[in-house]
Design a protein around this ligand. Structure first.
Ligand SMILES: Nc1ncnc2c1ncn2[C@@H]1O[C@H](COP(=O)(O)OP(=O)(O)O)[C@@H](O)[C@H]1O
Ligand SMILES: [Mg+2]
Length: 264
């Protein structure tokens, strides 16, 4: 779980102050896959880098589980980042001179711990990349590369995954595949995943949608969906036929009551 309380960020440029992120309070619970959408320059990266402990906010607190990232020492912060967070970037998050197999244990080696090769092999099976184990990134397709990046980010079992435009370099089919994978991993493993994206089509797969304009984050409740593009209230997948809608409006006694399965 990640919680932000009154988090803001100002940048000063000469005599000018840019309010890149206005005071923001939000919680992404475990098991929730959320999207942040917004135009370029609206503050999405600022928010994501603050969540990742890579940028210190001007005000407010960022807590991952029970640890306040803004209160701890630099050393402890980098340890928290290393153990609690997984980052997935657009495309360049793989090390070019490592095979897929070595890529996945690189994080552990940098940390000076013994790589868990069993977990690596399980993840490679789960993400369907076992056949790519001996390949280098430049021999992989965009979709394969993103699956490897996701597997690598999951190696240390992070509580929170931060994904900045993870599908931007993929074609439509691969983009949907990747986002479904991220969603399933979020739900199955009970992590919190935050994905920044420009792609409106992807919000169908998200549990919560936030929109950023000029540093102001708001929750888009109209976009709240369930699995596979079905709205949480059951109305998304199939639009009612106009005749059915007319009957429902004018002769409601003929229609069964609407199913309501909105979660939370
Ligand atoms: N290091 C910085 N110094 C000054 N201004 C910055 C810096 N980083 C971002 N900004 C400004 O903050 C605003 C939000 O930027 P950013 O978070 O990168 O937006 P987004 O990711 O939505 O494109 C923009 O106006 C940008 O110019
Ligand atoms: Mg950005």
């Amino acid at each position: 779980m990640i919680t932000l309380t009154d988090v803001s960020k100002d940048y000063t440029q000469g005599s000018e102050t840019i309010h890149a992120l206005k005071p923001t309070t939000l919680t992404i619970p475990d098991g929730e896959f959320c999207a942040i959408l917004g135009p370029s320059g609206s503050g999405k990266s600022t928010l994501l880098t603050i969540m990742g402990g890579l940028l210190t906010p001007s005000t407010g607190q960022v807590c991952i589980d029970d640890v306040d990232l803004t209160e701890i020492s630099r050393k402890e912060l980098s340890r928290q980042r290393f153990t609690k967070l997984g980052f997935i970037l657009q495309s360049s998050s793989l090390v070019p001179f490592l095979t897929v197999r070595d890529q996945m244990v690189f994080h552990a080696k940098v940390a000076g711990t013994t790589p868990d090769t069993r977990r690596r092999d399980e993840l490679m099976d789960r993400l369907d990349i076992a056949s790519l184990a001996g390949k280098y990134p430049d021999a992989l397709s965009g979709g394969e590369r993103q699956r490897v990046a996701i597997a690598t980010a999951l190696m240390h079992d992070p509580a929170v995954i931060l994904a900045d435009e993870p599908t931007a370099a993929l074609d439509t089919a691969r983009a949907f595949e990747t986002v479904k994978l991220l969603r399933d991993l979020t739900h199955e493993d009970g992590r919190a995943t935050i994905m920044v994206t420009h792609d409106e089509r992807l919000i169908d797969y998200c549990d919560a949608v936030y929109r950023m304009y000029d540093g102001e984050l708001t929750r888009d409740t109209t976009a709240r969906r369930g699995r596979d593009g079905e709205r949480a209230d059951g109305s998304g997948r199939q639009q009612a036929h106009p005749i059915c809608r007319a009957i429902r409006e004018r002769m409601p006694w003929l229609c069964p009551p609407r199913r309501s399965n909105r979660r939370g």
